[in-house]
Write a protein that binds this ligand. Structure first.
Ligand code: XMP
Length: 315
């Protein structure tokens, strides 16, 4: 415990040295990484920090409300919530290449920040929750696996200097740091959520309908995982819309609906992952609920691919 406290002090001091008395913006997504970063920077420079939460329309159910409640009200940070849903979905319409989607989302993020920063006056720094695996997996010398939206997706003419307090840490170390700084356990131990959000869980071109199917099925899957008492023991669990329609039958009538894929994996650092062995009973319950409750879905599948050769997300 001594060493993590010392590490935290050192990181806080580094941020203070870098930022001085100037203004900082934080890209707050509500995920573990950006939340821990916001807390570190808030500890370092207090009200010089303004957090910006961008609702890109690709959030999980209930997420924008949760972020406002937790950070704005509980932690007393300066928080601006930006509703950019139409803007992101407009830019993404018809784009089906995974890297192109990631780049658009990453770039649009920065544009929104720049606009908010301009409104706030003089802002020199941008906090980002980049962690070490993001850097490794976006390292072009090794061949790009994915352009993580907080590394490869940045536009070249960006006007901020970056503050990245956890960029040499793995996820579990970020969590330790989060606990050391006093963030609530349920926040620190949330499952990871990618910056591009549900956008990388709709395979191919994003449509509002497919986002809805992923969001609603994700909520059902999360509820059932929690009801089974597994929410703290599975690294990540979510649903994907692979965009393959198939023929089904409901009440004797033919359907031609979308499929939903369930993904649940165990991992330590997201660099590799094993498939979680969910009980047939749980899988059946989730399947029947999704087909019954999510309009337009008539088939549910379970992804049995470890990483490698799969990645955790589908794009
Ligand atoms: P993959 O799909 O590459 O994901 O096996 C590894 C871990 O990273 C998360 N992920 C992201 N996190 N920005 C993020 O902050 C991103 O662009 C991004 N893409 C994937 C993913 O959810 C998993 O935990």
């Amino acid at each position: 415990a001594g060493s993590i406290a010392e590490y935290l002090d050192a990181v806080v001091q580094q941020v203070r040295d870098q930022v001085g008395d100037r203004a900082v913006l934080c890209a707050l997504s509500g995920g573990v990484d950006s939340s821990v970063c916001a807390a570190i920077v808030h500890k370092a420079v207090g009200d010089q920090l303004t957090c910006i939460f961008v609702d890109h329309g690709l959030m999980r159910a209930g997420e924008p409300e949760l972020v406002a409640e937790l950070f704005g009200r509980n932690f007393g940070m300066r928080l601006i919530s930006v509703d950019a849903r139409d803007r992101f979905l407009g830019k993404l319409a018809g784009v089906d290449d995974p890297e192109a989607k990631r780049k658009i989302i990453g770039e649009e993020f920065i544009r929104v920040f720049e606009e908010e920063a301009a409104r706030l006056g003089e802002v020199d720094f941008l906090v980002q929750g980049t962690i070490y695996p993001d850097i490794i997996e976006s390292d072009s010398a090794k061949g790009v696996v994915k352009s993580h939206h907080n590394v490869g997706g940045l536009p070249e003419d960006m006007v901020f200097d970056l503050v990245e307090p956890v960029k040499f840490l793995y996820k579990d170390e970020v969590r330790e740091l989060g606990e050391a700084i006093g963030l609530p356990r349920e926040l620190v131990w949330r499952q990871p959520f990618p910056g591009p959000g549900l956008g990388v869980r709709v395979v191919g071109a994003i449509t509002p309908e497919k986002v809805r199917m992923v969001r609603e099925s994700d909520q059902i899957f999360r509820d059932e995982i929690a009801a089974a008492g597994l929410d703290q023991s599975i690294w990540q669990y979510f649903t994907v819309c692979p965009g393959c329609r198939s023929v089904g039958v409901t009440d004797g009538v033919r359907t031609y609906g979308e499929a939903i894929v369930l993904r649940a994996v165990h991992s330590n650092d997201a660099m590799s992952a094993d498939v979680a062995e969910l009980s047939p009973d749980l899988l059946r319950r989730v399947t029947l609920r999704i087909c019954a409750e999510v309009e337009g879905v008539n088939r549910v599948m379970y992804d049995t691919t470890p990483k490698p050769p799969g990645t955790i997300e589908w794009e």
